[in-house]
Design a protein around this ligand. Structure first.
Ligand SMILES: Cc1cc2nc3c(=O)[nH]c(=O)nc-3n(C[C@H](O)[C@H](O)[C@H](O)COP(=O)(O)O)c2cc1C
Ligand code: SF4
Length: 351
């Protein structure tokens, strides 16, 4: 294939950092933590393998900000961002950066409280107000710990049915201080967390920590208000666009991303679900080029399953080893497995 891929391997700013290319490895929960929420040795090995891919931005998986292991919700073996787990997170950062020093390394942080699906919404509606206040304090504390661990930034999980998503969405009919008629009232949790993080960072003189968020609106209804709050009010460094409930819905995510770009945000915009977007038909890399060169192009293209099928995808493209890329077959077995069903451990770079 005649292409030097310079259009993909250009450097681009995200907050105070610069990514070495436009390829993003999105958060991928693997439930590979200890009972205390520390990454297991196998998790360290997995992230070292991902780092070998030299992604422009790498998001470490959804990590719960809480000292209570029970709050990990749907991922009972997930990571916990706590003071006592800080040495392991420092090690994770050290190991990833030793392999891929230019990659912008972030971590997705969540409240972990109930949220997913209809039952999640019922749980959310029953949640006592003080529990939400506690989750808010935990989010600020967890974000500061992530900065202390050495991450370049955090991805505030406002998506996929988590508590923070429930707060923002139309199904939030709470009558207490966490509800409200307007989106800005419902966004109180998010607004206060971002201000709280920035105040703490300023006290510690660590102003270059990136703060962004992942959203997943099912429709355009709330989108304009959410972008107003996240971009115009809070001046977040990036907005990562996903979809809920179908996180793999590439077309919907593409439309939502274009709608966000139409609002001309200052924040860098990351479009998700490129595994599906690319795999439907045609040349995957050509489709990526079309997306990145379209009028309402995202700033970065994000991958989930393709990174599991082949963590080395970016470095293989860069080296022209296009034929060696293991393209994801979208069988979705990796929700249960800790590796790809089809390609397993075969992700060695041959040249
Ligand atoms: C195994 C697995 C784990 C995931 N874990 C997370 C997660 O921790 N946080 C998150 O926001 N999205 C998560 N996702 C969604 C991905 O980040 C991504 O948005 C989704 O896979 C769509 O992209 P793709 O079409 O490139 O796979 C996960 C997806 C998979 C397949
Ligand atoms: S298990 Fe299936 S969906 Fe997951 S990465 Fe492998 S081919 Fe893709």
């Amino acid at each position: 294939m005649m292409d030097n891929y310079d259009w993909l391997f250009q450097r681009r700013a995200i907050g105070s950092k610069t990514a070495p290319n436009l390829l993003v490895l999105h958060p991928l929960e693997r439930s590979d933590g200890t009972a205390e929420g520390k990454p297991r040795e196998s998790a360290f090995a997995w992230y070292r393998q991902l780092a070998e891919g030299q992604w422009g931005i790498l998001f470490v998986e959804c990590t719960t900000c809480s000292d209570d292991p029970a709050e990990r919700g749907h991922s009972p073996d997930g990571f916990l961002m706590t003071e006592s787990n800080l040495p392991e997170f420092k090690r994770l950062v050290r190991e990833i950066k030793a392999i891929s020093p230019e990659t912008v390394l972030m971590i997705q942080l969540s409240t972990g409280l109930p949220g997913n699906d209809r039952v999640g919404n019922e749980n959310f509606m029953r949640l006592p107000a003080p529990a939400i206040s506690r989750a808010q304090a935990n989010m600020i504390k967890g974000s500061i710990l992530a900065a202390e661990a050495g991450f370049d930034g955090m991805d505030f999980k406002l998506c996929h049915g988590h508590l923070t998503f429930q707060l923002l969405c139309e199904a939030n009919k709470r009558q207490d201080e966490w509800g409200g008629k307007t989106l800005r009232q419902k966004a109180r949790f998010t607004i206060e967390v971002v201000h709280g993080i920035r105040e703490e960072l300023a006290l510690r003189k660590t102003g270059d920590f990136i703060v962004g968020a992942r959203i997943s609106e099912p429709s355009l209804a709330n989108l304009r208000d959410i972008i107003e709050v996240l971009d115009k009010d809070l001046r977040l460094d990036f907005i990562s666009v996903s979809h809920y409930p179908d996180v793999f819905n590439a077309e919907a995510i593409s439309i939502l991303t274009q709608a966000v770009k139409m609002m001309d945000p200052q924040a860098a915009v990351i479009q998700a679900a490129f595994t599906s977007y690319l795999a439907n038909q045609g040349n995957p890399v050509e489709k990526m080029r079309q997306a990145l060169q379209s009028r309402l192009a995202p700033d970065f293209v994000g991958f989930g399953r393709q990174a599991i099928a082949d963590p080395l995808t970016p470095v293989k493209i860069r080296k022209g080893l296009y034929e060696e890329i293991n393209w994801c077959k979208r069988c979705n077995s990796c929700f249960r497995l800790k590796h790809c069903k089809h390609y397993g451990e075969e992700n060695e770079l041959k040249n």
